[in-house]
Design a protein around this ligand. Structure first.
Ligand code: FSX
Ligand code: SF4
Ligand code: F3S
Length: 385
């Protein structure tokens, strides 16, 4: 579709959404930003950044701002399953509220166990009311893996002792769009790591409806909010990779856009944590960085208001946005290349996740290992000269 047509279509959708009743009546987003010291200029700057992150042309910036203003028109239900709540923390934990976290506050959260006031019977009633009142309209976000089948009883929630699987299924049935937030909900995460005693499953195995995965342990606040805004703008699925991850966030390898990539190419590696190379910011491949096999935008968007990300902090990427990373990417502080042979897990080794195959994967794994080995030889030779 032509750019102008898309713009027109998105404007029309936002026009329609703005006719819906506001679900949060006490405050507009401008008031909320102002109260928290975010100027209109900062807000528009944020909208421009978000537009670029979603790979949209800058002409979409005013629409992005409008979409943020309309996040109170769509009811959101956020469920917690088996997890550590790190995904919610990723959004909520900041000293000074970010525009992303403010938008999360502004969103009409009909149900979120961590931050709602209600508890017990009242909380359960709120959920059931939201599911019937907004049937077919609500956005469902689920954090955590879901014990299923013979393990289903390992997770029961609330006063009626319903299983997590039953609650997730019921909520999915009522949803217009479903997002699995975090590695656990997307792929099973640590709960599903071998031997997976609770038979934990990703959300996509609990419902037959399409689930958009927003993995990471946790995913960044930007990827969570970005996905909501994408839905508000387009009301349709974003382009997805083979693992149902939106390509605007998970389309590039960590390794390809890493700030230490020049070090990798130059054969400059940290040999062990705390060595001279570590102090100089050398590449972390030999101490286990899984950036070559991992698709995510951490190196560009970072975490905590763009403060830092794992590699910048001095530890390799552990591949937290890839399927089964606890089993597939271990040992986390050793290079993976030798292990990749004949495995399906490291599909991320190819340039784009949706084209990857085992053959390419093995070749890329070996090439990366060979490069690191040659660099050792070269390094030794140079030292001897
Ligand atoms: Fe934790 Fe979320 Fe990891 Fe899982 O994040 S940060 S264990 S992805 O479900 O709470
Ligand atoms: Fe960056 Fe890791 Fe790649 Fe090194 S191996 S360049 S630290 S992503
Ligand atoms: Fe996870 Fe790697 Fe990013 S560990 S947070 S995908 S750098």
């Amino acid at each position: 579709m032509e750019h102008a047509q898309v713009l027109k279509k998105v404007s029309a959708r936002l026009g329609e959404l703005s006719k819906l009743p506001r679900l949060r009546e006490n405050m507009t987003i401008s008031q909320m930003m102002e109260e928290n010291g975010v100027s209109r200029r900062d807000f528009m700057k944020w909208a421009a950044g978000m537009t670029a992150m979603l790979s949209l042309p800058s002409t979409f910036t005013p629409l992005m701002a409008q979409a943020a203003e309309l996040t109170d028109r769509l009811p959101v239900v956020w469920l917690h399953m088996a997890e550590c709540t790190g995904c919610s923390e990723s959004l909520l934990r900041s000293d000074a509220p970010t525009v992303d976290s403010l938008i999360f506050d502004y969103i009409s959260l009909e149900y979120h166990e961590t931050i709602m006031a209600a508890s017990g019977w009242q909380a359960e009633e709120n959920l059931s009311n939201a599911l019937s009142k907004y049937k077919g309209r609500l956005i469902l976000m689920v954090e955590g893996a879901i014990p299923a089948g013979e393990g289903e009883h390992y997770l029961t929630i609330g006063t009626h002792g319903k299983t997590g699987a039953a609650i997730a299924k019921e909520a999915a049935d009522a949803a217009a769009a479903i997002f699995a937030i975090g590695a656990c909900s997307s792929f099973g995460g640590v709960q599903a790591a071998y031997p997976n005693p609770t038979n934990a499953k990703p959300l996509s195995k609990i419902t037959n409806k399409t689930v958009i995965n927003v993995p990471g342990c946790p995913p960044s606040e930007k990827n969570i909010v970005g996905q909501v805004l994408h839905y508000i703008l387009f009301g349709a699925l974003p382009a997805l990779d083979v693992y149902n991850r939106p390509k605007w966030a998970y389309g590039n390898r960590i390794h390809d856009l890493c700030e230490r990539r020049g070090r990798f190419d130059a054969g400059e590696f940290v040999e062990q944590f705390g060595d001279e190379g570590a102090k100089k910011g050398y590449c972390l491949y030999k101490v286990g960085c899984k950036g070559p096999y991992t698709f995510n935008n951490c190196s560009q968007e970072r975490f905590n208001q763009h403060t830092s990300w794992p590699v910048q902090a001095g530890h390799g990427c552990i591949g937290c946005s890839e399927p089964d990373f606890w089993d597939a990417m271990g040992p986390l502080e050793e290079p993976l290349a030798n292990k990749l042979y004949q495995t399906l897990y490291g599909r991320g080794a190819d340039k784009t996740a949706d084209k990857a195959g085992v053959a390419l994967l093995s070749a890329a794994g070996i090439a990366i290992a060979a490069h690191a080995a040659i660099a050792v030889v070269k390094g030794t030779k140079k030292d001897e000269e």
